[in-house]
Ligand binder design. Structure first.
Ligand SMILES: [Zn+2]
Length: 293
């Protein structure tokens, strides 16, 4: 890849992320007007203009992401597609889906910037109650082209809850994500990877697939960038879904080396949806997915 290109892309990306974090959210106005009508004055919000003429943010992003802008403004609520999929990737290359749980946090942007610099994407499994307070970060993930799925509202072990409470956890989280990204996720990651028949049935009812992982980097345990990098170097292989957490600074630092190393080894770093697409696996509600095999 051309270095000039990378630098230009990185600069543009940093500028856009700053913009996303600085301005009053404008995108959900087009999606969920009742929630976002300016209450007092609303000097920065321009919902009608945004909806009618197209958004400023995706236009700016249009220079270097393929098609997120289109999906952001699809009116349908029942779409099963989580994010637009890059259909131009090299099928002959091995693919790995990096996944980041428990965020967003102040370390999320760093990971997103790295992903963008290397033309990679990942899947972020966000805690529902963190989405609203940190919507700029969630939007930055989505705008980069990475995937946002839920990880429950407050990280309870779903197997210990009633069906009704499970559904509430999942629904609330999906609504929070949709209000920020415009897209209702088609899958989620249960906290602790814990599920049973009751959880699966409740998920199926909400048209949600379950996502676990095939390799645990144990980043939460070591909190050591070198160890995270070392484990991935030793165990990386095609079709993996790797578990990490973007709430740890050590994980964000590890990505400085992990992402370029994986790219250098010839891996395509993809979202889980992209992995499924390329492996010809249909994402179905109530089914558990842990790799691309
Ligand atoms: Zn978690």
């Amino acid at each position: 890849m051309n270095m000039k290109n990378i630098n230009r892309r990185s600069l543009a990306f940093v500028m856009i992320v700053s913009l996303l974090l600085a301005v009053t959210p404008i995108t959900e106005n087009a999606i969920a007007a009742p929630d976002t009508a300016p209450s007092t004055g609303g000097a920065q919000a321009a919902p009608a203009a945004v909806a009618a003429t197209g958004p400023a943010i995706p236009t700016a992003y249009g220079a270097f992401t393929s098609s997120y802008a289109a999906a952001m403004y699809l009116p349908g609520t029942n779409t099963i597609r989580v994010q637009p999929i890059r259909t131009y990737l090299d099928r002959s290359k091995p693919m790995i889906a990096l996944t980041f749980d428990d965020g967003p946090s102040q370390y999320t942007e760093h990971i997103v910037e790295l992903l963008d610099r290397y033309d990679c994407r990942a899947t972020f499994c966000v805690i529902g109650n963190r989405v609203g307070p940190q919507k700029g970060r969630v939007r930055a993930v989505a705008a980069q082209g990475s995937e946002v799925v839920g990880h429950s509202w407050d990280h309870k072990n779903l197997t210990s809850l009633s069906k009704k409470k499970i559904r509430r956890e999942l629904k609330k989280t999906n609504q929070a994500i949709k209000s920020v990204t415009g897209v209702r996720p088609a899958m989620y990651r249960p906290p602790y990877g814990a599920y049973d028949e009751k959880v699966r049935k409740a998920s199926k009812k909400l048209h949600l697939a379950l996502l676990t992982w095939s390799y645990d980097t144990k980043d939460w345990k070591s909190l050591d960038p070198k160890k995270v990098y070392g484990r991935i170097k030793k165990h990386a292989e095609g079709d993996q879904i790797l578990l990490m957490h973007d709430i740890h600074e050590s994980t964000a630092i590890a990505m400085d080396k992990v992402i370029p190393w994986l790219v250098g080894q010839g891996y395509e770093l993809v979202t889980v949806s992209e992995l499924m697409y390329y492996k010809g696996i249909d994402i179905k509600p109530g089914i558990v997915y842990n790799d691309g095999i």
